[in-house]
Design a protein around this ligand. Sequence first.
Ligand SMILES: [Zn+2]
Length: 288
Amino acid sequence: MDYLLKSLVNNRNVRCYLARTTNVCNKAIEIHDLWPSAASVLGKTLTITLMMGAMLKDEEALTVKIDGNGPIGLIIADGNARGEVRGYVNNPHVHFSREGKLDDVITIGYNGYIDVIKDLRLREMYTSTVPLQTGNLAKDFTYYFLHSEQTPSLVSLGVTIKEDNTAEICGGIIIQLMPSATEEDIVMIESMENQLKEMSRLLLRHERLEDLMETLFKGNFQILETIPAVFKCPCNKESFARGIATLGAEEIEDIIETDGKAEVVCHYCRSAYNFDKDELKNIKEGLR
Ligand SMILES: [Zn+2]
């Protein structure tokens, strides 16, 4: 089972989000027919989006958009506070490796932007953009947290893709200093950087995330929340009917006359929705 732990560390000066997302990654591979590099990059993006979702409240949600001008194109993920995430990439059929390791930097590119769009249930969306610094997502999100959210953080993400093109493991961690953090907390976080570089190996060695927390923080932590993590797309036929309605009466009439039907495919989950002539007519009538 995939899940995420939200914890406080070191007498409440540090907070930690730890997630295992192997099933989420495998679901994304299955839906989008991802090749290994695309699986690595989307798996990591879904993981960071899930952890950022856990920083939100109730009905709040966020979208992460990454565009590094590399072969994979745009990478998009949506997440919320309930551990639900969905996502896709422009080009799922990319594969670049170097010295036997998947090369995320070549796959993503390193000349572009990360956009984080938060829906905090206010009148307007809250968007922040940072330049993509390296094409290494853990480093780029460390930069994002520092510059957009003024929160010094340590981020590590790990994915291992097997020969049969499924994920053996996928997951990540975000450790953040709270405003009350002391010099001692900063030193502790810095000293963990090397240990956390091998995120996949750490996750493989600990079947339970609680045990990994114990290895990392040696009893000096308090788990606040355990959230099940799942790849879930809430799309339905009604929402796509509303999308067709935005085309306007003239365009819909055109579709009715030329094709007599319409098929719409969801970018996030590849579900196809078919609208026959009568349904299209109903949508058009509804515009009056
Ligand atoms: Zn969908």
